[in-house]
Design a protein around this ligand. Structure first.
Ligand code: SF4
Length: 705
């Protein structure tokens, strides 16, 4: 049996649960992962990704040398280059000089509007803080975003509107304190597996009652007392009908409403029309179940709501999330242990990347770029002349790639993201990528987006660098270097600092600090600018991490939020209307396509497709209901063509009653049959999040050759 030379404690690089990993190392090789039973988040449990998914670090496809494309690319004719023969290996000095030259040339010619960057929810807080700082301080642009735009942006906007804070309000394991909890738009078993275990323990050991509201018959339905199988896109009438019942039956919490909220009368009037009968006609959920769910939730002593991407990824995603927030304000199920509003964040550090300012409308800590006081504060901190920072809201991810034109975005810096898998309507995205003048990819692998790049900067993996991740329940935890970087790979924060200094020289205007020797100094700078991180220091998060807000060096962190008040003062009720999804099924496209993830793959799959996990799910399958399959003549595992108004893919069918009639599901990790070739790029007007959960498609069996 192998014996480790050392065991390094770190945080899982995959989902937002943030499990502790103990990496067992011999020489410079990680050969096993375990976790202790007293790990604060996962208590001895790991899912398949955390336990076995680390081998991407050593994958032969990994790129560990800086590369420059051999054939210069022109806007309009840019092509993808996956083959290493199409690139030449260069030194770091040449790669960064070339990158700085091209970025500065475009900036000096076209100004801030031409510059855009994708930060990364897989990278650390420090990596993200520095990339947004480089773009804001040096290129004076707010065109900075990351994949939160494509997952929980509408939850963030709705929570900011209603309570003034956008994170989970409870700790994940507070679910054991729930009498009742609602789980909606979350296939928790596959996407937050350890939280799903905690939910099952709450049900089986503590008697909690689970209400699942989901169009798919996900595994958690087996544990639920009620399954509300609403049609995709009908969340507002479903949850508003529950509010209607609570109002009509006087089950609301008048004391809480009087003391802690505003806009109740206007909200209550808007709920009049959402009778259970009306909601039944739209959602397909029986009025009796709606009434029962409302009574259960309102009658509980402790109740919380958990949701994931099934709520925000709609053209009315903000309204969906507001319909949940209204329920919590109406019943007072918020601001106490076991009572709250909990958007389950997807990627390992999507919460932290958002906190770190990887967003077009906010500096770190959600301080608006349009707020003069905030802008001046960051100008002082970053040594920028008064008025130097851009006060205009930047473009979101979807807007950046919707605005590639001579007078728009010309240069794109992609740190660890893969828009060519994750954006909706990929044929349109491809066209936009082709029009770019200069593309930088900083990653571990040349993925579908990196293949468009002019220069590839090889990044260190999570096991090869120091930093912090902030998990879904706001716990800031250490990421520790366990092995040396492969080849010439460098930590993202080091690449950005090196590049920033070269850009600064060319621009001839010294700005902020770039000479950090350790990411702890970066986090300290961020903490000096973000009150919620003021007390987060590396020495304080050695073992358990700390849950933000951590307001000073003595502050113990905050397990649940809003005990006394909301950050915006009073919680605000929002009146709502039902707005149907943008693209409903019709005779030509009779099925609703909904997309999502599977346990074994992670988001766009850059890491898991380069891991042994890929053997478990080597291709995407379309889930289709047995009755639909029989009617169409689709055989189990038989190939089908799936067509939307935007594209066509061919993949195999998984015939399963997990899919309800009329609704099919495709995971979006698989390049050759990318689900996002089909999805609709219409966005929620407030949050700019695309409608991944409802696209109309046609399905045709394909003859096997
Ligand atoms: Fe990693 Fe999430 Fe699995 Fe935990 S549940 S091991 S954080 S992927």
């Amino acid at each position: 049996m192998l014996k480790p030379d050392r065991i390094v404690s770190t945080t899982c690089p995959y989902c937002g649960v943030g499990c502790n990993l103990q990496l067992h190392i011999q020489g410079d090789t990680i050969y096993k992962v375990t976790t202790p039973f007293d790990a604060p988040v996962n208590k001895g449990n790991l899912c398949v990704k955390g336990r076995f998914g680390y081998d991407f670090v050593y994958h032969p496809r990994r790129v560990t040398t800086p590369l420059i494309r051999k054939s210069p690319q022109q806007p309009g004719s840019r092509t993808q280059a996956f083959d290493r023969a199409e690139w030449r290996e260069v030194s770091w000095d040449e790669a960064l000089e070339y990158t700085a030259d091209r970025l500065v040339e475009i900036y000096q010619r076209d100004g801030a509007r031409a510059m855009a960057a994708y930060c990364c929810a897989k990278a650390t807080n420090e990596d993200n803080y520095l990339l947004q700082k480089m773009y804001r301080a040096l290129f004076r642009t707010n065109h900075i975003d990351h994949c939160t735009r494509l997952c929980h942006a509408a939850s963030v906007v709705a929570l900011q509107m209603a309570v003034g804070s956008s994170a989970m309000s409870n700790t994940a394991d507070e679910v054991v304190d729930n009498d009742v909890f609602i789980l909606t738009g979350s296939n928790t078993t596959e996407n937050h597996p350890i939280i799903a275990l905690q939910m099952k323990a709450a049900i089986q050991k503590h008697g909690a009652k689970l209400i699942v509201a989901d169009p798919r018959r996900i595994e958690m339905v087996d544990y639920a007392v009620l399954w509300l199988a609403q049609k995709p896109g009908t969340d507002v009438p479903l949850f508003s009908a529950m509010a209607h019942v609570i109002l009509k039956e006087n089950r609301y919490n008048q004391e809480f409403i009087d003391a802690r909220t505003e806009n109740f009368a206007e909200f209550a009037a808007s709920m009049e029309k959402f009778t259970p009968e009306y909601a039944e006609s739209i959602t397909g959920v029986s009025r009796d179940k709606i009434i029962e769910a409302a009574r259960l939730y309102a009658g509980a002593h402790n109740a919380a709501i958990y949701w994931s991407l099934g709520i925000p990824e709609h053209s009315h995603g903000t309204a969906n999330a507001l319909s949940l927030i209204n329920l919590a304000l109406l019943t007072g199920h918020i601001g106490r242990r076991g009572n709250g509003l909990n958007p389950l964040r997807g990627q390992n550090n999507v919460q932290g990347a958002s906190d770190s300012g990887a967003m077009p409308w906010h500096y770190p800590g959600y301080q608006s770029v349009a707020n003069e006081d905030a802008a001046q504060k960051f100008e002082r901190a970053w040594n920028i002349e008064p008025g130097g920072l851009n006060r205009k809201l930047g473009l979101t991810t979807t807007e950046i790639l919707g605005n590639v034109q001579p007078n728009g975005v010309r240069a794109l810096y992609i740190m660890g993201e893969n828009p060519m898998m994750s954006e909706p309507n990929l044929n349109h995205t491809r066209h936009q990528m082709e029009q770019l003048e200069f593309v930088v990819a900083q990653d571990l692998f040349i993925n579908e987006s990196g293949a468009f790049a002019d220069v590839f900067l090889p990044a260190a993996s999570w096991a090869e660098k120091e930093g912090t991740f902030t998990n879904t329940d706001r716990r800031v935890q250490r990421v520790r270097q366990a092995i040396s970087p492969r080849g010439q790979a460098r930590a993202d924060w080091q690449i950005v600092c090196d590049l920033a200094q070269r850009i600064e020289k060319r621009l001839g205007r010294p700005t902020a600090r770039w000479d950090y020797t350790h990411p702890a100094q970066v986090l300290e700078e961020m903490g000096s600018l973000v009150p919620e991180y003021a007390g987060v220091r590396y020495h304080r998060i050695e073992n358990l991490g700390l849950q933000v807000p951590v307001l000073d060096d003595e502050h113990p962190g905050t397990p649940f939020l809003f005990a006394e008040s909301f950050p915006r003062g009073r919680g605000k009720f929002h009146p709502l209307e039902y707005v149907p999804s943008a693209e409903m099924p019709d005779d030509d496209y009779p099925f609703i396509l909904t997309t999502g993830r599977v346990l074994e793959h992670w988001h766009g799959g850059t890491l898991t497709r380069n891991s042994g996990l890929n053997d478990l799910w080597p291709e995407a399958l379309i889930e289709i209901n047995p009755e639909d399959a029989a009617r169409l003549g689709v055989a189990p595992n038989g190939p089908v063509r799936v067509t939307s108004r935007r594209g066509t893919i061919v993949l195999r069918a998984r015939v399963t009653s997990k899919a309800v009639r009329g609704v099919v599901f495709i995971p979006f990790f698989y390049g050759p049959a990318a689900a996002n070739l089909l999805t609709n790029d219409v966005v929620d007007p407030q949050a700019k999040i695309p409608e991944y959960k409802v696209s109309a498609v046609r399905i045709t069996p394909v003859e096997e050759s």
